[in-house]
Design a protein around this ligand. Structure first.
Ligand SMILES: [Zn+2]
Length: 357
C-alpha cells in the first residue's frame, strides 16, 4: 500500500465522522472538537480532534494519531485491517442514515452561563440520541406527519423521540453523569426518562442543545409538555436574533411548522409576554404576531401591538383555525398563511400611510 493510498483513505474518512460513527459525541470549539476519550475512563472530555490536520489527541491518557490509528486502537485491528475497515465503511450517506450519526457540529456557540461544558455535552448527546430514535420510530413519525410536520422540519429542528431507555444506556456507556442528567430533568429519580414516549423539541445554539421539551403524542395525557428543570429559553432564538422580519408564535408545534416553512420564527411557549424578554426584537423592522385564535391569544397580540407599535403586524388566522400548526395541517395551509401575511402587511402599510383624521 503506497503512501498515496493511505492519504486517500484519510481524506475519504474524515476523522471527526469516523469517531462520531463510533458513538462518541463531539462538540466543536472553533477549529477543534472535543469528546470523551474511549481509550481511558474519561469523565471529562479529554479527547481533542483536529479535523484540519486529521488527527486526535487525548490530554489525559496521551492517545494520539490519525484516523487509521484511531480505528486500529478502538477496534483492535492491524494496520491493513483498519484500512480495509475504513474502505468498507459506508460513505457518508445522503439519506436519513446521515442523521443517525452522532456527529454534532457545534459552532463556537456560547452555551448558557448556567450550563457547564459537561452539561452541554449531556444535553447534546440526549438530543442526538432522541433524533436518531425518531427516525426509527414509525409511530412518532406518523404522529408528526398527522400534525403536518415532515422531514424538513424534523431535520431543521432536530426533533426527537424518547423510547424511555436509550438515553440512560447511552449516558452510562459514555460515562456521562447520570446525576447531572437527573438534576437537569432528563431522568427521574428512579432512572427512568422524563421524556419517555414524547416528541422532543430541543433548543439549539449552534448545533449544541441547551434545553428541550417533550410533547405527548396523545392529547389526553397530562401534562402535554414537559420541559427540563432549567430556565425555559425563547424557542428559536438563533433563528430570529438580528433578523429584520421576525415571526412570533405561541406554541411549540406552531414554531416547528413555521421552521418547516423556513421562516425566521421563535416561540414564546405560552401567551405570557414579559417585555424584558423581547430585547432580541430590537433590530426587527417587522414583527408578525401569529398567536392562537382565542381570547388569550388576542390579548397577547393586543399587548404586543401596543408595545411594539407600528413594527408589529397581527396575522389573524382564518375562523375555526385555532393555531398555526392546525393551519399547517391543511394541504394549502402554507399558501394560505403567506397570503394572510401579505394581506396583513398591506393593511398595515395603508393604515400608516393615511393622514390622521
Ligand atoms: Zn484518553
Amino acid at each position: 500500500m503506497s503512501r498515496y493510498d493511505v492519504e486517500q483513505v484519510k481524506q475519504r474518512n474524515p476523522i471527526e465522522e469516523v469517531i462520531s460513527r463510533h458513538g462518541i459525541v463531539l462538540l466543536r470549539h472553533g477549529s477543534r472538537m472535543s469528546g470523551l476519550c474511549p481509550f481511558h475512563k474519561d469523565t471529562h472530555p479529554s479527547l481533542v480532534v483536529y479535523p484540519q490536520t486529521r488527527s486526535f489527541f487525548c490530554f489525559a491518557c496521551g492517545a494520539s494519531g490519525d484516523v487509521i490509528d484511531f480505528v486500529r486502537r478502538l477496534d483492535g485491528l492491524g494496520f491493513r485491517a483498519a484500512i480495509e475497515r475504513l474502505n468498507d465503511a459506508p460513505l457518508p450517506a445522503q439519506d436519513v442514515q446521515r442523521d443517525g450519526d452522532y456527529l454534532v457540529k457545534v459552532a463556537a456557540a456560547v452555551p448558557r452561563r448556567e450550563l457547564s461544558l459537561d452539561d452541554c455535552m449531556i444535553l447534546t448527546a440526549a438530543s442526538a440520541v432522541y433524533h436518531n430514535l425518531l427516525w426509527q420510530t414509525p409511530e412518532a413519525l406518523s404522529y408528526l406527519l398527522s400534525r403536518g410536520i415532515g422531514e424538513v422540519a424534523i431535520r431543521r429542528c432536530r426533533l426527537g423521540y424518547s423510547d424511555g431507555h436509550a438515553l440512560r444506556r447511552y449516558l452510562q456507556r459514555h460515562r456521562l453523569s447520570l446525576r447531572r442528567a437527573r438534576e437537569m430533568g432528563l431522568l427521574w429519580k428512579d432512572g427512568g426518562e422524563r421524556m419517555a414516549r414524547r416528541i422532543v423539541v430541543p433548543e439549539l445554539r449552534g448545533d449544541q442543545c441547551i434545553w428541550m421539551t417533550g410533547r405527548v403524542m396523545n392529547d389526553h395525557t397530562e401534562p402535554k409538555y414537559r420541559g427540563l428543570s432549567l430556565p425555559k429559553p425563547l424557542l428559536g432564538y438563533e433563528r430570529v436574533r438580528g433578523r429584520q422580519r421576525v415571526y412570533l408564535t405561541e406554541g411549540t408545534l406552531d414554531y416547528v411548522t413555521a421552521v418547516g416553512w423556513n421562516l425566521s420564527v421563535c416561540a414564546l411557549q405560552g401567551n405570557k409576554v414579559r417585555p424584558e424578554r423581547l430585547s432580541f426584537l430590537e433590530r426587527a423592522r417587522r414583527v408578525f404576531l401569529v398567536f392562537d385564535n382565542d381570547e388569550r391569544g388576542r390579548e397577547a397580540t393586543a399587548f404586543l401591538l401596543n408595545l411594539l407599535g407600528a413594527r408589529a403586524v397581527s396575522v389573524g388566522l382564518p375562523p375555526g383555525i385555532k393555531d398555526l400548526n392546525l393551519l399547517g395541517q391543511s394541504p394549502d395551509g402554507r399558501e394560505t398563511f403567506f397570503r394572510l401575511v401579505r394581506e396583513a402587511e398591506a393593511r398595515e402599510e395603508v393604515e400608516h400611510a393615511l393622514p390622521a383624521p
